[in-house]
Ligand binder design. Structure first.
Ligand code: DC
Length: 224
């Protein structure tokens, strides 16, 4: 079974996707982490963020994979755990450029489909319902105001122990810029799938969002 959760940056996708995957005993796949890992590999190898061929070659050398440690999902480039390093503002500022490259998307989408073909998944991203898993049993599109997403991002930085000098206004600016880039790129732009259920999480608690999604999953199972 495949559950697709899409939406803009910091709309709460990964928080709810992790809880739902845990409750259903499905595997959570964070596709944004794969594009972040590609960006990290480019930076580590001093490859220009627009150099598709160079980045693809480097990815072939340092395989991107998810591994599980004490029930926690970690992302690796080769043998290095980069779970924390891919969350820094520097990677966030450059990931839109890397994720807009056709060859990188092709490679990541193929890896994502392969994983979704092997196990029950809750997958979050931008193009899961539209492109990666067009036949997902349930498609969710999460949205929230830019202000509340910036607040959540700030809390997230604190919880992860990531130091930043960015003000709330600067984070809001970054988020708006990334929304624009993600939804205006040529290939697989951020877009709600026609058959996705849109949930505005601005004034909802995590539990409330989780419950709405779980009830949609139940409804879809009754239809089977
Ligand atoms: O969800 P995130 O912020 O970690 O995603 C990082 C970037 O990766 C985001 O700016 C857009 C891109 N992305 C994408 O293009 N397609 C996906 N399925 C997931 C993320």
């Amino acid at each position: 079974m495949q559950i697709a959760i899409d939406g803009p940056a910091s709309a709460g996708k990964s928080t709810v996707a992790k809880i739902i995957a845990h409750k259903l005993n499905f595997t959570y796949i964070d596709t944004g982490a794969m594009y972040r890992a590609s960006t990290w590999i480019a930076r580590e190898n001093n490859i220009d963020y627009g150099d598709e061929r160079g980045i693809l070659t480097a990815i072939d050398q340092e395989k991107i994979e998810f591994r599980f440690k004490n029930g926690q999902q970690k992302i690796y480039a080769g043998n290095k755990d980069i779970t924390q390093e891919i969350r820094t503002p520097d990677i966030s500022a450059n990931v839109s450029q890397v994720s807009a490259l056709a060859g990188i998307r092709e490679k990541m989408v193929s890896l994502q489909r392969q994983m979704a073909g092997e196990m029950n998944v809750v997958m979050d991203g931008r193009d899961i319902g539209t492109t990666v898993l067009p036949n997902a049993a349930v498609k969710i599109f999460l949205v929230a105001s830019v202000h509340s997403r910036a607040e959540r991002r700030m809390i997230d930085f604190k919880e992860r122990g990531i130091k930043t000098n960015q003000s709330l206004e600067e984070i809001e600016h970054d988020i708006s810029e990334r929304d624009y880039k993600d939804s205006h790129r040529k290939i697989s732009p951020l877009k709600k799938a026609q058959d996705a259920i849109e949930i505005d999480t601005t004034s909802m608690s995590v539990d409330q969002v989780v419950n709405v999604i779980l009830s949609e999953i139940k409804k879809s199972q009754k239809k089977l």
